[in-house]
Write a protein that binds this ligand. Structure first.
Ligand code: HEC
Ligand code: HEC
Length: 368
């Protein structure tokens, strides 16, 4: 079995049934798996994990460092998604196993989009335009939807809170996944090229247009349901994610700031309270307008994004992590000014505030 090559701890945990008390062990195993650097399937099919044939990274931590979100500067955690493209499938894979070619390279070109506020000051917003550089150096500009990896802390508790409250809400940047297990098996499929019982296809995201990619060596074995990763691996990853506490606030709550936040209507989507948690999100998707759309032609799903949870925002800003689904915003103000569609009133309300009030709201956000 594939995981015999992994540390003994892992093997031990997967062989033990699941008595109460083994949850910490599961989480520890999951943490090791989350950091694990997976290996490409060899021709011999033994001692290998089945990474690829196409992949973006070798480890979850490559994009979610410390279970956090991606960065923009070095492109870590940034991917290009498609709506089932005949050539690229659902995601552009920028790396490949030996004997295969990556689908291309991802670059970002920045387009200025300055915005004037009511008091006459200007904010230098900028929009990322994905550049897909293919192997023969051709550039496809502006195609696909850029996505930056979100932080993962606290999501297990959110899953539990939503279930207990019987509320809708979900995971992934479009809130398309009802459970946390779905984005995990999707990450294994699209980001690492590792098959699971949820996504048993060993060729991952290789399309029918690439038959050699589909027929390449892979790590699927007999006796494991024909998949590269046993269900215990997904369970351990989930145990780790469920064990992660929510991000801690970086300062005391400012009641006047919260009042301002509410009076602008921010809390309609960024719910301060959810089942005893303070995620500042409803975990539902909303139309945020054409400027942020993944597909402007599609006024439905294309413009919809999940309310980004604001917990831990101060810490993220301090670490220089960019905001919004594609990392276009360098600070909270830029993020707010990109809000349009269902959040147009809130965003316009912010832009109309006098400077001191804007500063008050931003200071409030920086302490979340
Ligand atoms: C190549 C970069 C990359 C790698 C590697 C990666 N992720 Fe992600 N992850 C992303 C991106 C981008 C998203 C957002 C995708 C979307 O919803 O559009 C995401 C979303 C998620 C989500 C949903 C988070 C939420 O807020 O709802 C989970 C859970 C997750 N990843 C877990 C994992 C796990 C576990 C691994 C390793 C098996 C992993 N990821 C590897 C980039 C990556
Ligand atoms: C109609 C729902 C809605 C309203 C109202 C709304 N937001 Fe948002 N907010 C969102 C969504 C959806 C996103 C994610 C957009 C994206 O990823 O492109 C978001 C993202 C953000 C982010 C970026 C966070 C991150 O981690 O990327 C900040 C900051 C933010 N909102 C603050 C505010 C403030 C302040 C207000 C009030 C002035 C507000 N929002 C009103 C839905 C809303």
């Amino acid at each position: 079995m594939r995981w015999l090559a992994a540390p003994l701890l892992l093997a031990a945990a997967l062989l033990t049934p699941d008595p109460a008390g083994s949850r910490d062990l599961d989480a520890a195993v999951g943490k090791a798996l989350f950091r694990r650097i997976w290996t490409v399937a060899g021709a011999s099919n033994r001692q290998s994990d089945g990474l690829g044939p196409l992949f973006n990274a070798r480890a979850c931590t490559s994009c979610h460092e410390g279970a956090g979100g991606g960065r923009m500067a070095d492109g870590a955690g940034l991917v290009l998604r498609f709506d089932d493209d005949p050539a690229y499938g659902r995601q552009l894979q920028t790396a490949a196993a030996p004997g295969h070619e990556p689908e291309g390279r991802l670059e970002v070109r920045w387009q200025p989009a300055p915005r004037r506020l009511a008091d006459g000051s200007t904010v230098a917003l900028r929009r990322p335009v994905p550049q897909l550089v293919t192997l023969d150096a051709a550039v496809e500009s502006g195609r696909g939807s850029l996505r930056l990896a979100p932080g993962l802390a606290g999501l297990g508790l959110v899953e539990q809170a939503l279930a207990e409250a019987g509320e809708p809400g979900g995971f992934g940047l479009k809130a398309a996944h009802a459970s946390l297990a779905q984005p995990v098996t999707e990450a294994l499929l699209l980001d690492l090229g590792l098959s699971t019982t949820d996504h048993p296809e060993p060729w991952g995201d290789c399309t029918e247009a690439a038959p050699t990619c589909r027929q390449g060596p892979h790590g699927s074995g007999d006796g494991e349901g024909g998949v590269e990763l046993a269900p215990g691996i997904v369970q351990a990853l989930l145990a780790y994610l469920r064990f992660l506490p929510p991000p801690a606030p970086s300062g005391p709550l400012d009641p006047d700031g919260l009042h301002l936040f509410a009076s602008l209507g921010c809390n309609g989507c960024h719910r301060p309270e959810l089942g005893g948690l303070q995620p500042y999100s409803d975990f539902q998707a909303h139309d945020l307008g054409a400027g942020l759309a993944s597909d402007e032609r599609d006024a439905g799903l294309g413009r919809r994004w999940r309310t980004a949870p604001l917990w831990g925002l101060g810490r993220r800003l301090m670490e220089g992590r960019p905001l919004l689904h594609d990392g276009r915003a360098r600070d909270a103000e830029e993020a707010i000014l990109w809000h349009d569609g269902a959040a147009r009133t809130a965003s316009a309300g912010y832009a109309a505030l006098p400077e001191a009030e804007r500063a008050r709201l931003l200071a409030f956000l920086e302490r979340l």
